[in-house]
Design a binder for this molecule. Sequence first.
Ligand SMILES: [Zn+2]
Ligand SMILES: [Zn+2]
Length: 342
Amino acid sequence: MSQSKSPAPASSTPQPAPFVHPVFEIIQNQAQDDPDLVAKFFDDPQDVISSQVDLEDENGCTALILAAWKGKPRILQFLIDRGIPVNGGNHEHGYTALHFAALSGNPRVCEILVQNGANPEATNSMNTHPVSLALHLRSNPELLESIEKVVDILERMSNREFKDRKDVNEVLSLKFHIIYYVLKDIMKQKKKYDDGPKKNTSFIDLWIKSMLTGRESDGYPVFQEDFLRQGVKEFPYKEAQLFKILVSNFSHCQNYGDSITAAEFINQSFNGQKGFKDKENCDSCGNEDAPKKCAKCKSVQYCDQTCQKLHWFMHKKYCDKLKETHLKQMETISKGAQALQS
Ligand SMILES: [Zn+2]
Ligand SMILES: [Zn+2]
């Protein structure tokens, strides 16, 4: 049997095991997609889930979200019939059942959810930075194993938001497209890796490295920049306003490093421009809230040690230089303050 994987955030702190209703365990750990496995709990008036069908697990997932995540269409339909809301749950990152269904790579599950009113516009805080997406696969190896299905469903979801609806949703369509484009490359490179000679470094770490490798002069990730710009250009719906804005931003910024990165442009266009930013982005994965600074140069930010370690092979070349610049800046600031006081 495959190991159970709950869609929990990778960085959750260890806590004492909370009460988990058997329904959650059955959906996660049993291979069969058989509604009879869970029906008895819903039929038992003594059981908490019979009156509280939208019960959540410790990650804020309802049984329905888990069934979507595990790609179990029959159980999913049963749970919908029993009244669990398709847009319910309180997952930390705002993921709904449909997001998990897309990630499970099961088209039937997506179909059932959409037919039953799942809201594809439910926004979440998903960061589409390629390193962030790769880190997601790194902590959920099941997804990497079924990447072909995931890529296929993402392409369909992107098209669905544009083609098959009267009310076109550009943002969502482009968002799914970018995720599709990144994961498609991961899929392609993984095939090459698997067919090639054995290597010591895991595939996903190598792929992340390729995204973080920068040019000699200042470490700017040129490859990642070109990769993402190309991804936007391959969006099939050229009439989309958002697409036009991004492409014109890129053409105005030919000197890499003079402006924000493509990853930042893209995330901004999805999540709205932030007028004033009091938080720095992670230098590895682009996450908006990166509380850790490099202790030596205090010039780069990271989410945590994982992100710092992944970036070190590049950053170590520039850390000393950045430290010097940082010290000079601090000196200038304190001189300015002294001048003001005297
Ligand atoms: Zn990070
Ligand atoms: Zn440093």
